[in-house]
Ligand binder design. Sequence first.
Ligand SMILES: Nc1ncnc2c1ncn2[C@@H]1O[C@H](COP(=O)(O)OP(=O)(O)O)[C@@H](O)[C@H]1O
Ligand SMILES: [Mg+2]
Length: 373
Amino acid sequence: MPEIILKNVTKKFGDFVAVDNLSMTIKDGDFITLLGPSGCGKTTTLRMIAGLETPTEGDILIDGKVVFSAEHGVNVTPDKRNVGFLFQNYALWPHMTVYQNISFGLENMKWNKDRIKARVQEIVEMLEIEQFQERYPNELSGGQQQRVAIARTLAPGPKVLFMDEPLSNLDAKLRMDMRTELKRLHVETGSTFVYVTHDQLEAMTLSTKICLLKEGVLNQYEPPLDIYNRPINTFVADFVGNPTMNFIDAKATNVNFDEIKVEFNGVNTLFQPSDGQVTLSENQEVILGVRPEYIKISEKGSLVGKIYSTLPSGLETVVKVDFEGLILTVVVFGDVDFIVDEELRFDFTGDRCILFDKDTKEFITQGSLTVVT
Ligand SMILES: Nc1ncnc2c1ncn2[C@@H]1O[C@H](COP(=O)(O)OP(=O)(O)O)[C@@H](O)[C@H]1O
Ligand SMILES: [Mg+2]
């Protein structure tokens, strides 16, 4: 089964570098998402792997075979790469029934009638569209059409399935349902999925690994929770997670190797790294990163703030706290609500507060934060 390897792949459009020296390995059976803001090079990367775009430099291997090499002049055509596509605009053929939409590609591949029939049967069962086989696309809902499009893509049994924002045309509820189905499909088919999205939640919930791109440059390539918990820089930290991480300007000084004095907004805190010793310069400027779930509102809290706004959703409430001019985002789980302008007390909890370098924006260390009174 295939493993996909990109080695120093660069794509330029004229002078513009769309993908910059990208190296990554996609393991067999992975569900990879290419994630990043619009224009960061996700689609270009996917198209280069698929053979629809020619890299300017670098090598691409699929299943141990070189399918592209700028240096050696290799460029295997898309149809010989044994990959399937599902693009954002997954237009079904309107004059064909669901059955015909799915079987058409197999006929083109010269499969015999019995084999086609058996395969279509298998795939419509898997996607639960058996009862729609004789319908035309305009007789189906958006979600059903989407499933037919997936069925059509899966029918030839591609070892690798590429999807470029396949859910972006669907409404919120349907997207959620399709996510569940895509994840099941990944397990059922055992195929490798390479998925493009700009939606961090989609990437978090679906993938085995996220490849986070910024302006064509790979920032972090790790499992979703590792990216969430240990973002390598403030860009990644900010892009992943909703509501977003609090970033607080602070000054940090070593008390000793495993205790750091962190000052911000007139507060003195003691930061204890949870992963080894750190050495900072005296009063080093840092950015303190605190996820909204690591601020805990309680009567015994050491710090006092005021409720600036509150957004209860039933499952959780997003609270903005005005802490002497510094607005902090806090998530409180459960169906609780607060009163605007009322005072409250809070603390920092957990051992995943992060110090980032103010200049480079890079991760320095993470740990617990205790207010010193
Ligand atoms: N054919 C092209 N010609 C010129 N520039 C392109 C072309 N295709 C993409 N680009 C540029 O390359 C960058 C990356 O594009 P793309 O990979 O489509 O981004 P994404 O999918 O992450 O939104 C964008 O700035 C885009 O404008
Ligand atoms: Mg795109």
